[in-house]
Design a protein around this ligand. Structure first.
Ligand code: NAD
Length: 350
């Protein structure tokens, strides 16, 4: 007798192809808006989650990280890499996959690609922060770094915050051309710029999303005027930052999880006790967001496990009743739970 996998042990798997089908089924901008609400809902119940800085394995070429969390009922983790050199070799800088499991019995309940999902959740988290921190009525965003994340970042700001213009800049002109091409037809006024100074002209929101494994200076202090919101995405590893330290000293800084951001964010350039605001407290109304029109607000984004948990939670709910997943036989589940050996032996006969 061969062991047929029990339906309880089959894990729904969302491949890259199925993730793309799900995005088109829902609609990209609607999915970004809904993901923003999912991330916000989980930030609003911050205290129920297990929280730990991600576990990072650094090399000269990049980093490989595990990002775990649990809300007591569901456990989740993401595997993600960051390798700036990959792009030159025809590979993605960032790739990822993730899993949810039932805390009650430990069985996985979802396995999913997360390269696309990470771009979506990172954009949703940026939009969530900007919703609370950007100047009211912001219409123009500068997008510096026009790589894999850039269109997602831009469209989330359009859908959630209401920008109508994006000003693009990348050291590689081909990236700007690609981004402009992809955003044509989005309803946004897309302006291609040849310097970062030109890109930030008139922008109320400045997003930096560049990849370089070093202390880079994408923005210098004299480039940043009063009243803007900076959404700093690209600096997310020890030794990898994008902003000149003087900008940080003039800004009110908002972070995801301080113990992780102190290691990985722009604030690694500051003293360990430099004051920062926690985004979840702003979302709950327990800490002020933007308080005046001349204030510079900075979201020092590094990406936190709860955002991935929210995104996986969204996918799990939205694939229900669709064909956008395959049942994966990834758990050995013998009919007699103690007869794992017997199940292996019986397989020889089949
Ligand atoms: P990517 O390699 O596809 O794009 C990066 C772009 O930055 C490239 O087009 C490159 O030419 C450009 N660039 C490099 N140096 C520049 C400079 N000095 N000025 C202007 N442009 C410059 O990478 P990606 O997937 O878009 O990711 C970008 C960064 O965001 C990475 O560092 C990644 O680790 C980080 N990231 C952060 C989060 C988060 O949650 N905070 C999530 C995903 C990715």
């Amino acid at each position: 007798m061969t062991n047929q996998p029990s339906p309880l042990a089959l894990v729904p798997f969302v491949s890259v192809e199925n993730m793309m089908r799900l995005v088109h089924h829902i609609g990209l901008e609607r999915m970004l808006a809904e993901l923003t609400d999912y991330v916000q809902a989980d930030f609003a119940r911050w205290e129920v989650f297990d929280k730990t800085p991600r576990v990072a394995s650094h090399s000269a070429q990049g980093v490989i990280e595990l990002m775990p969390t649990s809300d007591g009922e569901v456990y989740g983790f993401k595997y993600v890499n960051g390798h700036p050199k990959n792009m030159r070799e025809g590979r993605q800088t960032v790739t990822a996959f993730g899993l949810l499991a039932d805390v009650d019995n430990g069985y996985p309940v979802l396995l999913s690609e997360m390269t696309i999902l990470t771009a979506l959740r990172t954009a949703a988290t940026s939009a969530m922060a900007a919703r609370h921190l950007a100047p009211r009525g912001a219409t123009t965003m500068a997008m510096i770094g026009n790589g894999a994340q850039s269109e997602f970042q831009t469209l989330a700001m359009k859908t959630v915050v209401g920008i109508d213009t994006v000003r693009l800049y990348d050291i590689d002109h081909a990236a700007t051309e690609k981004c402009a091409r992809n955003l044509a037809g989005s309803g946004l006024n897309v302006v291609k710029c040849t310097t970062p100074e030109e890109a930030i002209e008139g922008a109320q929101i400045i997003t930096t999303c560049t990849a370089d494994k070093q202390y880079a200076t994408i923005l210098t202090d004299n480039m940043v005027g009063a009243g803007v919101h900076i959404n700093a995405i690209g600096g997310d590893c020890p030794g990898k930052t994008e902003l000149h330290r003087d900008i940080l000293l003039r800004s009110d800084i908002f972070v995801e999880y301080p113990p992780q951001t102190r290691i990985e964010g722009e604030i690694q350039q500051l003293a360990d006790d430099h004051p920062v605001h926690e985004l979840w407290q702003v979302i709950r109304g327990e800490s002020p967001g933007r308080t005046d029109a001349r204030q510079i607000t900075l979201f020092d984004s590094v990406g936190f496990a709860i955002e991935d948990f929210s995104a996986l939670r969204f996918v799990r709910e939205r694939i229900n009743g669709t064909g956008f997943f395959e049942p994966l036989d990834m758990l050995a589940d013998p009919d007699d739970p103690r007869d794992l050996f017997g199940m292996v032996m019986r397989a020889a006969a089949s």
